[in-house]
Design a protein around this ligand. Structure first.
Ligand SMILES: [Zn+2]
Length: 320
């Protein structure tokens, strides 16, 4: 564990400058880590948004490994024996109970030193859908974990992700007390940026021609709740499940009634059903990214994807 503190005054600097300063610190710290074993805390994140907040809050003091490959879909992830070994060795694991049963099992069996279970800081809720038959579809697939624990997609509400980031800050402070003040300052900085994003969504989605949006998989329940929108999903909570013909007909009817002009699909899952629906309704398609994984992490992060989502929603819903 590292003893020297890394420029805490600089880390507390204004939000606007922090991204630059933080990346600078990370660079110098990489060099230091090479000279001594165990210099950084070993943090394991179960999937992208958990990785993002662990990196942002941990900064130069942590090395974060994502169990879900970049660009892969996290639902029902399977772990290699090596990954299970890494979980048992980790200083901290950040995960969300119910999303990935293999991760839940690895944690309960291997008991890493510290864990952040995201649902403890952002309790999961059930999100119903207006179109019935969703539950039947869900039970055919691998939705059992989701059905037991509630809708897992809490990270799509920035204020809930901020609550999880606060939990990560406290756990890192407990795991590495020498740097505790730094973790708390970073968590506060991230929370401020997430609150700014939340304000942009609230303002951007206040005055819209429509409030119903059709998505491929039901990932946007928390986002819809936060910004007073109504999600109509083609598939269930699990992106792999296929809608029944009856459900498809119900969605078509509802989309016509509500004057839907755009069918949203995501980047990681197969958009065939959403495309077919858009063709049948003669409306356009657009991407709404559930942020379950990012293919080009050098180019994009949670904030840039969320802002692209906001733009897509504003266009699709006719917001002024
Ligand atoms: Zn999902």
């Amino acid at each position: 564990m590292k003893i020297r503190r890394t420029a805490p005054a600089a880390l507390l600097a204004a939000t606007a400058a922090s991204a630059l300063l933080l990346s600078g610190c990370a660079g110098t710290d990489d060099a230091k880590a090479d000279t001594g074993a165990g210099a950084k805390l070993r943090v394991i994140a179960a999937f992208y948004p958990m990785k993002f907040i662990a990196q942002q809050v941990g900064g130069p003091h942590v090395k974060v490994t994502n169990l879900t490959k970049a660009g892969a879909e996290p639902h029902d992830l399977e772990l290699t024996p090596r990954q299970v070994g890494a979980v048992s060795q980790a200083d901290l694991v950040v995960y969300l109970k119910g999303l990935q049963p293999a991760v839940d099992k690895a944690i309960s069996q291997n008991r890493p030193k510290h864990t952040v279970e995201a649902g403890k800081f952002a309790p999961l809720e059930e999100h119903g859908t207006e179109v019935h038959g969703a539950e039947e579809d869900g039970h055919e697939g691998h939705d059992h974990a989701d059905a037991e624990h509630g809708d897992p997609h809490v990270w799509l509400d920035p204020t809930r992700l901020a609550a999880i980031a606060g939990g990560v800050g406290e756990s890192l402070a407990a795991a590495d007390p020498v740097n505790a003040a730094d973790y708390r300052a970073r968590a506060a900085d991230l929370t401020a940026r997430l609150n700014t994003l939340d304000g942009e969504f609230t303002a951007g989605l206040t005055t819209c021609a429509r409030r119903d949006f059709v998505t491929a998989h039901a990932a946007f329940g928390y986002l819809a709740e936060r910004y007073h929108l109504n999600q109509i999903s083609v598939n269930g909570v699990n992106p792999e499940s296929e809608p029944s013909p009856a459900r498809r007909a119900d969605i078509q009817k509802l989309a016509r009634e509500r004057g839907v002009t755009t069918i949203f699909f995501e980047t990681l899952a197969e958009p065939k059903t959403a495309r077919t629906l858009a063709q049948d309704l003669n409306v356009q398609t657009a991407v709404l990214d559930p942020l379950e994984g990012i293919k080009d992490e050098a180019e994009n992060d949670y904030f840039s994807v969320m802002r692209a989502n906001l733009d897509a929603l504003r266009k699709g819903l006719g917001c002024s």
